[in-house]
Design a protein around this ligand. Structure first.
Ligand code: DHB
Ligand code: MG
Length: 237
């Protein structure tokens, strides 16, 4: 299956998304720097660009820059005087991203803020509201990032959250949990691991997306070069 998903993603990139030297270079530079190859695919990146265009976004807030791949796509979707603030925890990642943005001719539109996003986000009130948010950082903090996005938004802002399915792991333990709630065997993932925290954070974020009085949201499962995953998208009321 994975081979077919990869093949179809390559085909869609070739056929629909189009060739892209700047992005190929960015992917290579990011891999050469020893950073994880977990950037959005070309097809997903272009969706972010199109969402920025559809939304008419001028101000974008990204949480999790990595090598700046999604940043490049969104920068292409905003007007010349548009601006992206991108929060990145790792100084080394921020350096590589800045070089990638410079090569793509887009660094003037992007302001990378290095540090823990939970420290950076409270400093951004003066730059709010943002029109488009892309949340793609440590998954344990997804609910916190989502709350911050709502705080820094306006009615009509769009929020996109990456990696909401993670190979189905957001449902790990769910059957056992349901059983334990009805008096069956206790179960669920053992507490404490990074993966458990990621799953907890993403589940809580999905629950928040479904229940938040200011959000209309959906979540879509995807397959492709990044495996089986998904994204959520919300509009702020
Ligand atoms: C992975 C993928 C992502 O898009 C991400 O943000 C984090 C991790 C992964 O495949 O491990
Ligand atoms: Mg991601």
């Amino acid at each position: 299956m994975k081979d077919q998903w990869n093949d179809v993603d390559e085909y869609l990139k070739r056929t629909v998304v189009g060739p892209d030297d700047a992005l190929e270079q960015a992917v290579r530079a990011t891999a050469d720097a020893g950073m994880p190859a977990i950037e959005v695919t070309a097809a997903q990146g272009k969706l972010l660009m199109l969402l920025a265009q559809i939304q008419g976004a001028r101000k974008v807030l990204e949480i999790g820059t990595l090598g700046g791949f999604s940043t490049i796509w969104m920068a292409r979707g905003i007007p010349g005087d548009g601006r992206i603030v991108s929060c990145e925890f790792e100084p080394r990642h921020a350096e590589v991203a800045l070089a990638n943005l410079e090569r793509a001719g887009l660094s003037d539109k992007v302001d990378i803020r290095v540090g823990a996003a939970l420290d950076t986000l409270p400093t951004l009130a003066g730059e709010a509201p943002f029109d488009l948010f892309f949340i793609d950082a440590d998954k344990a903090n997804n609910p916190n990032y989502l709350e911050w996005a709502v705080k820094l938004s306006r009615p009509g802002s769009v929020i996109v959250l990456d990696n909401v399915v993670r190979g189905g792991s957001i449902r790990d333990g769910a059957v056992a949990e349901d059983a334990s709630e009805t008096g069956g065997a206790a179960g669920g993932a053992g507490a404490g691991s990074v993966e458990d925290e990621d799953i907890r954070g993403t589940r809580e974020a999905l629950e928040l997306l479904g229940s938040h009085p200011r959000l209309d949201a959906t979540a879509i499962q995807t397959v492709g070069a990044k495996g089986w995953d998904g994204f959520a998208i919300a509009v702020v009321r």
